[in-house]
Design a protein around this ligand. Structure first.
Ligand SMILES: Nc1ncnc2c1ncn2[C@@H]1O[C@H](COP(=O)(O)OP(=O)(O)OP(=O)(O)O)[C@@H](O)[C@H]1O
Length: 335
């Protein structure tokens, strides 16, 4: 069986982060993670490398295996097969104090005041309660929730309580934060605030890994993503590398309706009046431009756009998985 620490992954010391092939330290490394529930394979062999200080998205539709994967990384459940190393430790529990986790099922004690709830979550990760209370108040102030400091959780809206819980996952200043669908249940304004908070965490060197079924969040925020569908990861890596899996799209508007230039237009191009839409041919833009000019197409407008993450997702995970993502969308207020 493959062992972590082999090949380009250096360092056997327990607390040292392994390195990836590019020499970057990894906050999380997982190889071949498998989880079965009563014979059903929920996760069928997941490989992930999450560089330290990066924002990493686990992107997939409902039931894809996102939560199960995150739980294995956190040590909440053990994999049936495979290996994981988190912040340089093979047993994630040993570094629990350096990890913040927002589970998919939200919940705080209704009778606790907001700042106490934050302190309580911090105490579960080793932060003394008195310090947690002090930090809890400061965090609420800092994030525009000062008015909620002395309110009980039961007096807060669901979205507000979720923000309090989010602050509770950060109060002990973790090196790694794991958010399971953090944008669910937040309105557009608070989704924007959360995006800013995630960027702020990464800017301070904190590693953020989050699951989502909304491509727009992953596309705007993430350095790298794992695309997960049916418990498998058909792609893991840089967002740009995913987008490069499909060819750029050309939008061409011509004055001429017909002429020798038409030979330069691919046979599968879509036509809408004087507008042509097609994938950039393998030969690239220059031969296309030359043929259009020499063939007197009368170019009125021409744009070449790199594919978005949505199109890349369709190409990588398939139409069915993309449809499942789209079906999930309405509950979100993605921008
Ligand atoms: N404890 C469990 N017992 C049995 N089946 C489970 C259990 N946990 C998860 N599953 C199944 O494993 C699959 C993956 O579930 P998981 O919760 O990891 O998906 P997900 O991508 O997080 O989906 P969602 O976005 O809906 O939360 C699903 O088919 C789910 O029903």
């Amino acid at each position: 069986m493959m062992k972590l620490g082999e090949g380009p992954i250096a360092g056997n010391a327990q607390a040292e982060s392994p390195l990836d092939g590019l020499g970057r330290p990894l906050a999380i490394e997982a190889r071949g993670l498998v989880k079965r529930f009563d014979g059903f394979t929920a996760v069928g062999g997941v490989d992930l490398s999450v560089p330290e200080g990066s924002i990493y998205g686990v992107l997939g539709p409902n039931g894809a295996g996102k939560t199960t994967t995150l739980r294995m990384l956190l040590g909440i459940i053990d994999p049936d097969e495979g290996l994981r190393r988190v912040l340089g430790h093979d047993r994630p529990h040993e570094v629990a104090h350096a990890i913040g986790y927002l589970p998919e099922e939200r919940g705080l004690y209704p009778a606790m005041k907001a700042y106490e709830a934050i302190a309580f979550l911090g105490s579960l990760r080793g932060l003394p309660l008195a310090e947690g209370r002090r930090r809890g108040k400061a965090l609420l102030e800092e994030h525009g929730l000062g008015y909620a400091i002395d309110r009980q959780i039961r007096q807060l809206s669901k979205g507000m309580a979720q923000q309090v819980q989010l602050l509770g996952t950060l109060v002990h200043d973790p090196r790694l934060v794991v958010f399971d669908e953090p944008f669910s249940g937040l309105d557009a304004l608070n989704q924007g605030k959360l995006e800013k908070m995630i960027r702020g965490l990464a800017a301070r060197g904190t590693t953020v890994i989050f699951s989502t079924h909304v491509i727009a969040h992953a596309e705007r925020l993430c350095d790298e993503v794992a695309i997960i569908a049916g418990g498998k990861v058909p792609f893991a890596g840089k967002v740009d590398a995913a987008r490069d899996r499909i060819r750029p799209q050309v939008r061409l508007e011509t004055r001429s309706q017909d002429g020798p230039w038409r030979a330069a237009i691919p046979a599968d191009a879509r036509r809408e009046g004087s507008l042509w839409l097609f994938s950039l041919p393998d030969s690239g833009i220059e031969p296309l431009l030359r043929a259009l000019i020499e063939g007197e197409a009368g170019i009125q407008s021409l744009s070449i756009e790199r594919a978005g993450l949505h199109d890349a997702f369709v190409a990588i995970a398939g139409e069915a998985a993309a449809r499942a993502l789209d079906e999930d969308k309405p509950e979100e207020t993605a921008r």
